[in-house]
Design a protein around this ligand. Sequence first.
Ligand SMILES: Nc1ncnc2c1ncn2[C@@H]1O[C@H](COP(=O)(O)OP(=O)(O)OP(=O)(O)O)[C@@H](O)[C@H]1O
Ligand SMILES: [Mg+2]
Length: 184
Amino acid sequence: MKRSEHNKARGAVLWFTGLSGSGKSTLASDIARRLVELGLPVEHLDGDQLRAMFPGTGFSREERDSHARRVGFLSSLLEKYGVFVVTSLISPYSESRRAVRDMCTGFIEIHVSTPLDVCEKRDPKGLYRRARNGEITQFTGVTDPYEAPADPELTIDTSSMSAERAGDMVLAYLAEKGFVPNGR
Ligand SMILES: Nc1ncnc2c1ncn2[C@@H]1O[C@H](COP(=O)(O)OP(=O)(O)OP(=O)(O)O)[C@@H](O)[C@H]1O
Ligand SMILES: [Mg+2]
């Protein structure tokens, strides 16, 4: 069904992509909370939660691609009902993100561009240390590629911007594009 067949509400898909530790989940949770406070229907789909729910999901190029497309498809369904879908997945491949963009109507790609050395210093899950030790393989930024978005709607480097300021920027973008009312 097309969105117009459901209702007139205009949802969006806010797709946070970036390295592990770049701040995707932190920023996505924050913006989801702020959208809820505006009275909007919101769903946050986080990569870690999805992988916990579907433990067979691996880290090969094919599996990462399917993971992103699966989440993209779910997002596109929710979006049709006027839901603001906020996703936080590394989603390292341009081609997968392009496929998701094509599935959605209001796709907003947000590149969390925090540099690798900052992400590695933060290492909130100890994954960089384990990747450097060789305990885990196919780790994005260390032993697996990250293809940075060529033309994202927004770029946020959390090494030089607070989470609160980043949230302000995302909300300002949504207001400017007419997704949420102005004058919050
Ligand atoms: N300005 C900021 N914005 C977001 N996170 C920040 C900022 N400054 C410091 N941090 C910290 O950086 C870390 C980012 O971790 P987070 O789990 O959000 O990353 P992630 O991109 O979701 O990683 P993963 O892909 O492994 O899930 C957190 O510990 C957070 O507190
Ligand atoms: Mg995360």
